[in-house]
Design a protein around this ligand. Structure first.
Ligand code: ADP
Ligand code: MG
Length: 615
């Protein structure tokens, strides 16, 4: 047997540091929590090389008394509690009095601090836990802690650090959350001399959210708030637009402390799911204020988890608060018209579309779906293609998507080409909803197909395929479109003559800065040729530098399909079947060219739950 040793203080601290100081992120968190506890209204965090080289936290808080500056580095030195009962009344972030001691034992620390009662401050220099120097110094009120060369004396720990950018992302993540939780404090975060976050300390959570997550996030939030006997809950939940495949944009703060908690997460997500049927995790920022005696914050070394005395009570409070906020916002849809517009906007897929249109490279037009000029007569070039039925109001499913065609293409290619395998089940088409969605069923599931998105994708794949194979089907315009161009537009046209040819345009130059468009891709349907052409040129202008031909083809193909398709059309049964059949066999039927879903489904289970047939 080995004999028992009593560890010296330094070794004990190094081991303890392992619990509190796992990586640069933990140092930053502890230091910023100290700044928050000192009632700072402004906190600046400077990081170099992911925190391994330098972490500097500057606050304008109360500072430390000159005689206490040295003490702050002793283990179990804290001004925040004096006996164990205080833990159950704790209002501060820190209380264990071990952070500074731990940090100092594994790095080189400089701490400068001054309180309002003194004209001078103190500066302490600590090296691997040993106090090297204490001196008087002129300083602003508040505290500045500089941590250099973290883990320089614990190589084992240093080895476990990840890349600089990974370590920095942990840091920015926690600072972003602390900034949201403390909107009355102005935060500034700097990495390698670049400012990465500024909040303004307005006191409004929404302002902090805007600084951290951006303007469009702040515009897609619904507020919730409810007060129970022992706790209050409030915060913001994002609509479907902000939902994500992961839970990174969810934050729970209990008495302003960022924590993880499954019960609360489940409560919010369940409330969200009862209204919004997407398989993603909602964005939310949630605050619980609770009497400290109803929680235990001392269950986790980095305090990232806490225990509630009554989890069920908390679940009920959170669920009910989020649920009623969402219900209210949906109810507004059926109530006052003003509210209706707002909520509809927030919840509708059009919102997503609008955002896509706002992307710098995308097609921009006042009119989402260009209306066709009724008098423009088109003559198809290829014999096999029958003219479109009726007038411009008919849904532009090109006749190629007849049921027979779809089936024969399946037969022709199905055997030797896996890419042409059916990617959707054999849906029974039930009908059309709102002239926008095709309803179908298969095997106890209800399918909804966005006819516009689906059609766009079918056209897109067909067109890009034609481009790839240099076999774009063109249509001859009976009345050629004569377009006058600006100087710049003309230059762009000339730079891209080949591109236009490959895309299925036949264009002739027609005097100074004027072109005459004789043929356009068939896929365009009955286009507003002039506007489309000008828009393409505009996009090409923006894509001028550094874009490959493929990117250009892709962008223009997206534009073409977008302009070819309209929503809000009555479809006959045959048209619906043809569309569904065509969708089934394209390469990727599940999303439109802009990445939105073309098809969603509801399980019977889900519906029965909604009808409370099952629990
Ligand atoms: P704890 O925060 O758990 O009390 P720390 O080791 O983090 O323990 O800090 C020790 C003490 O040093 C604190 O209790 C506080 O009195 C003082 N202190 C640390 N940082 C600051 C700061 N930025 N401003 C004012 N006082 C500070
Ligand atoms: Mg602390």
């Amino acid at each position: 047997m080995e004999r028992i040793n009593l560890l010296d203080e330094n070794t004990a601290n190094k081991i303890a540091a392992g619990e509190v100081v796992e990586r640069p992120f933990s140092v930053v968190k502890e230091l910023v929590e100290n700044s928050i506890d000192s009632n700072a209204t402004s906190i600046t965090i400077e990081i170099e090389e992911g925190g391994e080289k330098l972490i500097k936290v500057i606050d304008n808080g109360t500072g430390i008394f000159p005689e206490d500056v040295e003490k702050a580095f002793l283990p179990h030195a804290t001004s925040k509690i004096s006996d164990i009962d205080d833990i159950y009344r704790i209002q501060t972030m820190g209380f264990r009095g071990e952070a500074l001691a731990s940090i100092a034992s594994v790095s080189k620390v400089d701490m400068k601090s001054r309180t309002v009662d003194f004209d001078f401050g103190k500066n302490v220099t600590v090296d691997a836990g040993r106090i090297e120097k204490i001196e008087d110094i002129g300083a602003n009120i508040g505290t500045t802690v500089v941590v250099r060369e973290l883990f320089f004396n614990v190589p084992a720990r240093k080895k476990f650090l990840k890349s600089m950018s990974r370590e920095y992302s942990y840091i920015s993540d926690i600072i972003y959350r602390m900034a949201v939780a403390n909107p009355e404090i102005s935060f500034k975060l700097i990495h390698n001399d670049k400012i990465t976050l500024t909040t303004y300390g307005t006191g409004e959570v929404l302002d902090a959210i805007r600084s951290v997550y951006g303007k469009s996030a702040a515009e897609n939030l619904i507020k919730f708030e409810e007060h129970g006997d022992v706790a209050s809950v409030y915060g913001f939940i994002g609509n479907a637009e902000l939902a994500k495949g992961n839970r990174n944009s969810q934050s729970i703060f209990v008495n302003k402390r960022y924590i993880k908690n499954r019960t609360i997460t489940a409560a919010v997500e369940n409330a969200f799911k009862s209204f919004i049927t997407i398989n993603k995790h909602p964005f939310f920022v949630l605050f619980i204020n609770i009497y400290p005696e109803f929680i235990d914050v001392n269950v986790h070394p980095t305090k990232s988890e806490i225990k509630f005395r009554d989890e069920r009570e908390i679940y009920k409070l959170v669920f009910s608060s989020v649920h009623s906020a969402l219900r209210q916002s949906l109810m507004n849809i059926f109530m006052a018209d003003d509210d209706k517009a707002e909520v509809l906007k927030a919840f509708s897929p059009e919102q997503a579309e609008k955002e896509i249109v706002q992307l710098p490279l995308d097609f921009k037009t006042d009119n989402e779906y260009p209306t066709f000029q009724p008098r423009e007569v088109l003559r198809e070039r290829t014999e096999s293609i029958t003219p479109e039925p009726d007038d411009s109001l008919s849904f532009a499913v090109p006749p190629t998507w007849s049921v027979q065609e779809a089936q024969s293409s399946k037969k022709a290619e199905g055997a030797d080409n896996d890419a042409r395998a059916a990617k959707l089940p054999d849906l029974r088409v039930i009908g059309q909803f709102n002239k926008t969605y095709i309803l179908g069923e298969f095997d106890g599931e209800l399918y909804l197909i966005d006819q516009h998105a689906a059609h766009e994708k079918i056209l897109f794949e067909k067109y890009t395929d034609e481009i790839r194979k240099h076999k774009v089907i063109a249509q001859l315009l009976l009345t050629p479109a004569v377009v006058e161009l600006s100087n710049e537009e003309h230059i762009i046209y000339e730079e891209n003559i080949d591109l236009f040819r490959n895309l299925g345009f036949k264009i002739e130059v027609f005097g100074q800065n004027t072109v005459c468009i004789r043929e356009v891709p068939f896929i365009l349907g009955k286009p507003d040729v002039k506007n489309f052409f000008i828009n393409v040129l505009e996009n090409l202008r923006r894509m001028r530098s550094g874009n490959t031909v493929d990117v250009k083809f892709n962008t223009i193909a997206k534009m073409a399909c977008k302009s070819a398709v309209k929503a809000n059309d009555n479809l006959s049964d045959i048209e619906m079947k043809a569309l569904v059949e065509a969708l089934k066999y394209i390469d990727d039927p599940y999303t439109c060219p802009h990445g939105r879903p073309t098809i969603i489904k509801f399980g019977l289970n889900e519906l029965e739950k909604r009808f409370k047939r099952i629990q």
